[in-house]
Design a protein around this ligand. Structure first.
Ligand code: BGC
Length: 676
C-alpha cells in the first residue's frame, strides 16, 4: 500500500492498519524518537541551523518529522525575526498573530521542516521568569487566544505546530527539578485552559515540560498526558518530550503517555524494545503511540505542494514588513506628560539617542528561541534611516557619564534606550551560564544612574525600555516625562521605534501583565526551588483581590489620541452574552484601541477572582469617528471547576460585565446580567 497525495481520514486509517501489520517492533519503536541529532550537530558544529528528524520509515514511504524551534520566528538562519511573543501579546491583535503564524508556516516549509516547536504558552505567573518573553502574558484567556491564532496560521501550511511546555513550566532555572504543587481548581481554571484552547484549534502536537507536577515529571505524568489531554480533551496528535532531560525513564514515559522522545532515543529505542519483548510494556501502548505519530505525519505531509515554498520566501520583503507592523503594534506607551510624544520634528533641531542598548542587535534570548538573523535594525539605525536631515542626530552609549550629560544638555530631546539582553533573562542553558530567571526586576544600576543624571539636565527625556516582562520603575518614573515599553522588537524594531516616537505610527499596545509598585505584591518566586505551590491568584486577579495598587495595570497603554466609551448594552442570545459599546476617537489623530471585556464575579458564593478577562477586540478610529463595537462571550466561559464533582459548573448569580480600555476600575463601564 502506498502513501498518496491528499489522503483523507479514512485512507490514512487504512494505511495505518496496513503499516501496523507490516512493521517490525524495531520499526514501530523508531517512530517514537528523534534520530541523527548528534550526528547532525557534530557535522554542523552549531544548533538550530536545520530541522531535526524524528520518526519516519523509508521502507513504507512514511516521511520523518522535521523539527524546528520558535516562537520569535523560525530559528534557522535567514528567517524573519519577529518581536518576541510577549510583545505580540501586547498588540492584542489576533489577526496579526495569525499572519505571523502564516509567515512562520511558510518559512518552516521553505527551510525543509514540517514541525514548528514554537507555540509557547506557559503562564506568566511571576515577571522574573526567564522565558517570559516566549509567552503572551499573565492571563489564560489572552494566551489561549494568541496560542490558537499562532497554531492556526502555522498549520495553514500543513506544518505541525507544537504547543509547549505542558504544563506549569513558569520558572526557568529550576525547570529540570522543580515540583509544582497545585490544587485542582487552580490547575483547571488558571494553568490549563490555554492548552485546551490550542487543542481545540487542532494543534498537531504537544511538548511535555521538564518540571514535575504533583510529584511526577510532566513527561511521565499520566494525569496530565493520558487522563486530561488524551482522554478528556480528546487529543488525537502525539506528545513529544522537551529535549535532553524531558524523559527520565522508559517505563515512566510510555505508561505516562509520552509518545515521542526528543531528540534521540536515550530511554526509548532499544530499552523500550526490550521492555516490550519482556512483556513489561504491552504492545497496545506502543501501537497507540505509533498510530498517533503516523496519523499526524500523514495528515500534515500528504497535503503539501512543496513547490510553493521556495527559499526566496525566507526573510523576504513581505515577511519583514509584517515584522515591522508587529513591532509597531506591540509597543506600549506608559507615560506621556505634556504630550511630549509624538515629537514634533518641525520644531526640533537636535535629538540624542543615548544608552547601552541604543545600537545593539538585541532581539531576545540566546536559547532555543533565538532566530539566526543578522539583518537587525537597531534603535539608532532606525532613527538614522527615518529622521529628516534637518534634525541633528547624535549618539552616545552612556558609559562616559560626564560626556553624556554634556551632550544631553545641549539637545532638544533625549531618547534613552535601556533594559535587558540575553545575558539578563532567557532560557537557562547551564553549560553556557546565560539567561535564566531574573534576580531583580529593576533596571541595571548604571541604567538607573543614567536616567537620573540625564533627566536632570534635559527635561525632555524619553525612556525606552527593552525587556521581556515587567520592569520596576518606582525609583525613577517620576523623573521623566515619557516612558515607552519597546520589548525585544525583532529585526525591524528600530524602524518601528522611530515611527512611533516621530508620530508616524500611533502606539496601540497594552500591557499583557501587571507592573507592580512593590515586588512584595507578587506571588512567591524562587528560581532554585525544589518545590513550589502555584496558587489561584497571580497578576491582576491577585492585585484586585487584595486591593493592591499596581504601578501600571494589566491592559494599560496610552495612545496619542483619546477614546471615549459610552452606551454599554448587554444581550443574552442562547449560549452567548453579547456586549456592545460605543467608542469615539475624541482626539486629533487616527488611533487603534484595544477594547477589553471583563466579567465580574463579585456576587459569587464561591472563591472567585473579582473579575476575569473574557473578551477583547481592536478597533481603529479616525479622529471624530464613533463606532459600535461588539464582543461576544460564551456562557461556558463563565464556568468554574467544581473539584468535588470534577466538572465545570455555571453559577446562577448576577454577574457584572465591564468594558473599557484597561483593567483599572476607572477605565471601565459596568453593567449587569444574569444567565438564567
Ligand atoms: C526547550 C524547548 C525547545 C527544545 C528544543 C528545550 O530545552 O525547553 O522549548 O523547543 O529545547 O530546542
Amino acid at each position: 500500500m502506498i502513501i498518496k497525495k491528499d489522503m483523507n481520514e479514512e485512507e490514512i486509517n487504512e494505511f495505518i492498519d496496513y503499516a501496523l501489520k507490516e512493521m517490525t517492533i524495531k520499526e514501530k519503536i523508531k517512530q517514537m524518537s528523534g534520530h541523527d541529532f548528534f550526528k547532525l550537530l557534530l557535522r554542523d558544529r552549531k544548533f538550530g541551523v536545520r530541522a531535526y528528524p524524528a520518526a519516519g520509515l523509508k521502507r513504507l514511504g512514511i516521511p520523518p518529522i522535521l523539527f524546528t524551534d520558535g516562537p520569535r520566528g523560525v530559528i534557522i538562519p535567514g528567517s524573519t525575526c519577529f518581536p518576541v511573543s510577549m510583545a505580540r501579546g501586547a498588540s492584542w491583535d489576533l489577526e496579526l498573530e495569525e499572519k505571523i503564524g502564516d509567515v512562520i508556516g511558510r518559512e518552516v516549509r521553505a527551510h525543509g521542516g514540517n514541525l514548528f516547536g514554537g507555540v509557547c504558552i506557559n503562564l506568566l505567573r511571576h515577571p522574573a521568569w526567564g522565558r517570559a518573553q516566549e509567552t503572551y502574558g499573565e492571563d489564560p484567556f489572552l494566551i489561549g487566544k494568541f496560542g490558537a491564532a499562532l497554531v492556526k496560521g502555522v498549520q495553514k501550511h500543513n506544518v505541525m505546530a507544537t504547543v509547549k511546555h505542558y504544563a506549569l513550566n513558569s520558572i526557568e532555572n529550576a525547570r529540570f527539578k522543580v515540583n509544582v504543587k497545585i490544587d485542582e481548581r487552580t490547575l483547571r481554571e488558571v494553568y490549563l485552559p490555554h492548552f485546551k484552547r490550542c487543542i481545540e484549534e487542532d494543534c498537531a502536537t504537544v511538548m511535555s515540560a521538564y518540571n514535575k507536577v504533583r510529584g511526577e515529571y510532566c513527561g511521565h505524568n499520566k494525569y496530565l498526558l493520558r487522563d486530561i489531554l488524551k482522554e478528556e480533551w480528546g487529543f488525537k496528535g502525539f506528545v513529544h518530550s522537551d529535549w535532553m532531560r524531558g524523559l527520565k525513564d522508559t517505563i515512566g514515559g510510555i505508561t505516562g503517555g509520552l509518545d515521542v522522545e526528543m531528540p534521540w532515543s536515550k530511554f526509548y529505542g532499544k530499552k523500550l524494545k526490550k521492555a516490550v519483548e519482556n512483556k513489561v510494556i504491552p504492545m497496545e501502548l506502543i501501537d497507540d503511540a505509533v498510530i498517533r505519530v503516523i496519523r499526524t505525519i500523514l495528515k500534515f505531509t500528504t497535503k503539501i505542494d512543496l513547490e510553493f515554498y521556495g527559499e526566496d520566501l525566507i526573510g523576504c520583503k513581505d515577511h519583514v514588513s509584517i515584522a515591522r507592523i508587529a513591532a509597531e503594534k506591540s509597543m506600549v506607551l506608559l507615560k506621556n506628560e505634556k504630550n511630549l510624544l509624538p515629537l514634533n520634528v518641525n520644531g526640533l533641531k537636535s535629538i540624542a539617542i543615548i544608552g547601552p542598548l541604543a545600537d545593539v542587535k538585541n532581539t531576545g534570548d540566546h536559547g532555543s528561541s533565538n532566530v539566526r538573523q543578522s539583518n537587525i535594525v537597531t534603535p539608532l539605525q532606525g532613527f538614522r534611516n527615518l529622521i529628516e536631515e534637518k534634525v541633528k542626530l547624535s549618539y552616545l552609549d552612556g558609559t562616559d557619564l560626564e560626556l553624556t550629560k554634556n551632550l544631553a544638555s545641549s539637545v532638544d530631546v533625549v531618547i534613552l534606550i535601556v533594559g535587558y539582553t540575553y545575558k539578563d533573562e532567557g532560557e537557562w542553558i547551564p553549560e553556557f551560564k546565560i539567561g535564566g530567571d531574573r534576580d531583580s526586576l529593576n533596571l541595571h544600576k548604571e541604567d538607573i544612574e543614567l536616567i537620573k543624571a540625564i533627566s536632570k539636565v534635559n527635561p525632555n527625556t524619553i525612556v525606552t525600555l527593552i525587556g521581556g516582562s515587567a520592569i520596576m520603575m518606582e525609583n525613577w518614573k517620576n523623573e521623566v516625562p515619557a516612558i515607552l515599553m519597546a520589548w525585544y522588537s525583532g529585526m525591524e524594531g528600530g524602524h518601528a521605534l522611530a515611527n512611533i516616537i516621530l508620530g508616524k505610527v500611533n502606539p496601540s499596545g497594552k500591557l499583557p501583565f501587571t507592573i507592580p509598585k512593590n515586588t512584595s505584591d507578587l506571588p512567591f518566586f524562587d528560581k532554585n526551588a525544589d518545590e513550589i505551590e502555584y496558587g489561584y491568584y497571580h497578576g491582576y486577579t491577585k492585585f484586585d483581590k487584595e486591593g493592591l495598587e499596581p504601578a501600571f495595570p494589566f491592559g494599560f497603554g496610552l495612545s496619542y489620541t483619546q477614546f471615549k466609551y459610552e452606551n454599554l448594552q448587554i444581550e443574552i442570545v442562547s449560549e452567548k452574552i453579547i456586549a456592545t459599546v460605543d467608542i469615539s476617537n475624541i482626539g486629533k489623530i487616527m488611533g487603534e484601541e484595544v477594547v477589553q471585556l471583563y466579567i465580574g464575579f463579585e456576587n459569587s458564593k464561591i472563591q472567585k477572582p473579582i473579575k476575569l478577562l473574557k473578551g477583547f477586540t481592536k478597533a481603529q478610529l479616525q479622529p471624530g469617528e464613533k463606532k459600535t463595537v461588539k464582543i461576544e462571550v460564551n456562557k461556558n466561559d463563565l464556568a468554574w471547576y467544581n473539584p468535588d464533582k470534577m466538572q465545570w459548573d455555571l453559577e446562577d448569580i448576577e454577574y457584572n460585565l465591564h468594558v473599557g480600555g484597561s483593567s483599572r476600575a476607572q477605565d471601565l463601564l459596568t453593567s449587569k446580567f444574569t444567565i438564567s
